[in-house]
Design a protein around this ligand. Sequence first.
Ligand SMILES: Nc1ncnc2c1ncn2[C@@H]1O[C@H](COP(=O)(O)OP(=O)(O)OP(=O)(O)O)[C@@H](O)[C@H]1O
Ligand SMILES: [Mg+2]
Length: 516
Amino acid sequence: MAKVIGIDLGTTHSAMAVVDETGRPKIIMNSEGNSTTPSVVLFRDEEVVVGGRAKRAAIAEPYNVALATKRHMCKPEWEFTDDKERTHRPEGVSALILKKLKQDAEKQLGEEINEAVITVPAYFQDMERNRTKTAGELAGLKVLRIINEPTAAAIAYGLENLGQEKLVMVYDLGGGTFDITFMKVTGQKIRVITSDGDKFLGGVDFDAALVEYFSDQFKEKHGTDPTKDLRTYQDFYSRAEEAKIDLSADTVTYVSLSAFGKTLDIELERDQFEDLIRPRLQNSIDLVQEALDAASEKLGKQMGWNDVDNILLVGGSTRIPLVQKMVEELTGKTPDVGVNPDEVVAIGASVVAAHGVGKQVVDANLDTVPSLEIGDVTPHSLGICITDSETGKDLNSIIIKKNHKIPAQESRPYTTRFDNQTSVWIIVLQGEDDDPEYCTIIGDKDGYVLSDIPPMPKGVPEIRTTMTYDKENMIHITAEELSTGKKLDIVINNPSLLTEKQQESIAKEIAGMTVK
Ligand SMILES: Nc1ncnc2c1ncn2[C@@H]1O[C@H](COP(=O)(O)OP(=O)(O)OP(=O)(O)O)[C@@H](O)[C@H]1O
Ligand SMILES: [Mg+2]
């Protein structure tokens, strides 16, 4: 049976796993012998380097290195420009990372790999999910499914202890994103109850806080700002990450910095580092409390920390002792740290991948792990743009609320604003804000028109608008004028940002690139 792999495409590190012949999931090492691969791409003239060597090259060739590209998946216009003025879209950069993973997996497993399950943060919007899927296709992979990272983590943790109903919280603090999810695990069902997060909170921010601290010290001693030079900045950045990692194990570390022929030695204590990152971590803790309240609302009863059965810490940044301490202080519970936080997501994805092709999976006792039913929720609210009849202001009228169980279907009645109005415009929005300016338009930017409404006084026609969000993240909208039955059907099907032609040409380009 052909092998399918699970891939955790992380902001800073990616990992892959497979269910082996014995039915046990295991991490696949990359060709450098590591269990995770830095999600870093170096563009050279003839070749592309992905992983650890690309990360190290960020100091010598900073203009040719694309870092933390996952953060840009939400920006339709963003492109990385290398020093040859060649531009690379986030899908293309991610595709190169996936191509390297695919190659390494093939080498390790000794066979071609054509299918994968890829994970994304739970609150990734449709566009980001679809771009991730496109990245997989550009790398030559059939993407069986895109699943949420916390769901994958819970599956990996749950392998040995499925059975009784549990309320599980997943606190995932990785390199670039923070994700908080509450889910119910009942027998063979995993259902996300609520999820939230901060796309711009993770290990890279702690590194950046340290770089700022280092350069302030440097300025104080030598009077020049060392980080104005990109190479020095990258150098300070890697020293910062090393110091941060050291301080997870030791209470003090020593950092030697040099720039423009001048040097600075710093003795850095864990307490000082903790003071630098505490405000950002507090933001994540505030979100945890908010998420518990949101979960309570969803479940129809106020939940306390005693109702939470398991707290899973996922993501490399949860190795920071202060993170564990702050989570413990808030919840009064000791989090589960039994599984390697860098690997759990890929392991969970590999289980879903194996089940997707009907392969048997077993737990540590060699008991069969049943195929799990994954119940996800909508990552954002979906609605349409309406005009307030009193103020004339545009408003986001939410039809399907954020965290609604998928598949979701909801209806709302609308009407006309003017006498004898014979058509209405429907612009589909994704987002929470009342103001459409702060939401994302999905589907056709110019909207869709329901026409041939018979002339009637304003406010009389009833236009019933029904929105469906299905398991494939496809959005269907029907708007029906009830007196005539005149109907408009809209399907927003995987709103990819690339045309078929563009995708073909990028796929060809990537297939022709040598990735090392
Ligand atoms: N021992 C450690 N102490 C502190 N931070 C660590 C440690 N080990 C790894 N990290 C940090 O964890 C981060 C990487 O974690 P992980 O691989 O889970 O993130 P990711 O999957 O790339 O990101 P995301 O899930 O946000 O997309 C990096 O910022 C790294 O510096
Ligand atoms: Mg991650």
